[in-house]
Design a protein around this ligand. Sequence first.
Ligand code: SF4
Ligand code: SF4
Length: 353
Amino acid sequence: MDRRKFLGLVGAAGVAATLGTEAHAAGNVHFDGYPDSMGVLFDATECIGCRKCEEACNKVNELPAPEKPFDDMNVLETERRTTDKALTVVNKYQPEGSSRPVFRKIQCMHCKEPACASACFVKAFKKTPEGAVVYDASLCVGCRYCMIACPFNVPAYEYDEPLTPRVMKCTMCHPRILEGKLPGCVEACPKQALTFGKREDLIKLARNRIEAHPGRYIDHIYGETEMGGTNWLTISGSPFNEIGMREDLGVTSAPEMTSGALALVPMVTGLWPVLLTGVYAMNKRRDKIAEEEKAEAVSNALRRAADQAESKLRSELEKADVAHKRKIEVKVKKAVEDALASTAKDKKDEEEA
Ligand code: SF4
Ligand code: SF4
């Protein structure tokens, strides 16, 4: 495709996408969340840092075995984030004034109004009525907007997957929830650190625990309002910023925060995804051409090797043939010489006799 044609297509598609974006922006108003959605309550005062949740998550999601085994507690000495091969990790913190370390489990927070979903222009991320934020790899174009948008730094990209890299994150074990099962990590937790249930009920449970043990907990349910609310909730005995949680996020959801800006700059927001799509398509095309060129080069090399082998074989055969013929000639010559010598000897014997 030449440059003029490409820009023409980008322009035409930009208008279409702009109209689409206006409609999408109109949809970017506050959404109260699905009323019966499920969630998980994490109680940091109960977590003992055993990493059983990490192990269960690895198993149910069929992820590769980690470099260090799950019973290696030295791993907790370094603060980690989720990766494409570890959808949840437990970190150890030593909050000021606390006599013991505090452990905190990290995974997708399953925002009520997810920033990842609102940033994704092909709608690869979706908030389900069950509460989980799920991802459809077949729609993903690999722009990684979701990774930039997520305020919790959760989605991770399969950079070392050469053919079909995906964005990886916790799914709240959505397929298991649909089957009536508990999320893998919740099922595996040997303490009361993880509780699965209706988000509304979890908020009541968290509040009851805080009220029943005011000295044990900070009076706040993290996720009740942060970023418009999340379906994964946390209660803790230590200030949240001392166990690695952001306290600067505010209570406005990501789509609500960006809806005004989107309405003001529809052309920019309309064109940007289209340009990215164009760049992505060009990269794909370039990769395809590179693949085709590689395949052609391999087939040419094979053809050349086969030709060379054939001509070498032919010349060896010819050489062998010549050598064979020479051998015969030498033998014939020798036979003739022997015969001549014998005849000469017979003749001499006859003359002498
Ligand atoms: S925590 Fe990040 S990845 Fe998870 S739903 Fe919220 S924005 Fe999306
Ligand atoms: S809910 Fe499932 S995917 Fe999410 S951290 Fe737990 S085990 Fe992993």
